[in-house]
Design a protein around this ligand. Sequence first.
Ligand code: 17E
Ligand code: FE2
Length: 415
Amino acid sequence: MKKYINARLKGKKELVQFLVWDGMIQQIEKEIPAECETIDLQGNLVIPPYVDPHIHLDYVFTANIGETNGTGTLFEGIQRWSEFKEQQTVEEVKERAIKGIQKEMLQGVQCMRTHVDVTDPNQTSLKALLEVKEKVKDLVDLQIVAFPQEGMYAYKGGDELVEEALKMGADCVGGIPHYELAREFGEKSIHKVVELAVKYDKLIDVHCDETDDIQSRFLELLNALVLIEGIGTKTAASHTCSFGSADNSYAFRMMKLLKQSGINFISCPTENIYLQGRQDTYPKRRGLTRVKELNDNGINVCFAQDSMSDPWYPLGNGNMMNILDHGIHIAQMMSPEEIQNDLDLVTVNGAKTMNLMDHYGIEEGKPANFIVLDAKNEFDAICERAGVLASVRNGEYLFKKEPEKIQQAVTLLQK
Ligand code: 17E
Ligand code: FE2
C-alpha cells in the first residue's frame, strides 16, 4: 500500500491524498490516516497521463532515409513514403516504433493510437506493430488503426487489405477519402469504413479531409453514417482541415449534426499548420479544423502529434506540452477559462476519443495512472510549458526526475 500526499488535482484548490493498493486508486481524501509508504507530491499538479491519439509509428524516424519531401505537402509525403516502404523489414519497423513509444512514454504519455499503413500485401508494418503492442502492453495503452495510406479504391484490392488487417487484429478502421481518385470513390471508402466497423465491431478513425479544399466534405458523410449506426462516440475524425476553411453557414448546420452523433475530433496542430496552406500565397490559411468552435459546442476534440521525423513532417518529439502550446496558439484558446481546461486537449479528451474512459482518470476504483507536472496550477503548467516530473502506471514509476535547477550567477532584484 502507498499513500501519495500533497497532490493538486485539476480545478481543486485544496491538496488531497490518495491511497494506492494493488495498482488501483483506493481512496482520494483530504486526509487519509493509513500508515504506509508515503510519497510527497509537494503540491504539484497531478493529472491523468498524456494521451497521443494520432501518431504513425511505422513512419517515425524515416524523414531522411530516402528523398526528402521538397514541397512540404501531404501528397509528396505520400509519394516519398510509397517509394520507401517496400524496402523495410518487420525488425526495422519494430525498432523505430519502440523508439517512438519510448520517447513519448518518457514525456508522460501512457495512451497512444497509431495508424499503420496496411496498403502493403506483406503487411510488414502491421505485423511489426502487433508485436510491439503486445510487448509494451503494461506500459502504454496502444491502439492500432488499419490505415490505407494509398487509398482503398485508388487501386484494386485496397479495401480487402483493410479488411485483412482487421482480421489480423487492428483495433480501428481507417480511411483517407480525400486521397481517393474521385469524390465518389472517397464516398465509397467512407461507406466501407463504417460497414467494416459494424461487421467486426471496431472503432473508427479516418484521416478525413486533410486538405484546404473546401469541396472535401467527407466528414459530413462519415458523421451521417455513424449517427445512423449509433456509433458516433466510437468514431474519430482526424485532421478535418477543410472544415477550418468551410463557410460559416455550412459549419453552423454541421455543428448540430456533429453534436448529435457524438463523433470525436483529433486535430494535429503542428502537422497541419506545416502541411496545409501550401497552395495559398497570402493571406495563408492555418489548416486547422475548427477546434475552438467544436470545443465551445460541447463536441469532443483533442490534439495529437501525428509525426516524428517522417516524410510529412521533419520534427516532432512526442512532447504533448509542445503540441498543446502550438494548438492553443493556432486555435486561439487562451481565455482564463480555456487555460484552466486546455490540458484536457492532451489528456481526457484524447482518452474519450480512444474509448478508454472505463479505466482512465484519477478516480477511486481506477488504475493508479497519473503524471506529476512541475507546476502548482493549470495556468503555470501552460504558461511555463511545465515538464513532467513523474509518470506513474499501476502505482509504479515509469520514470521520475528532479525539477530543473539553475544556479543563478547574477541577482537582478534586490530586496
Ligand atoms: N499520412 C497522411 O495521410 N497524413 C499525415 N499527416 C501523415 C501521414 C503524417
Ligand atoms: Fe495522420
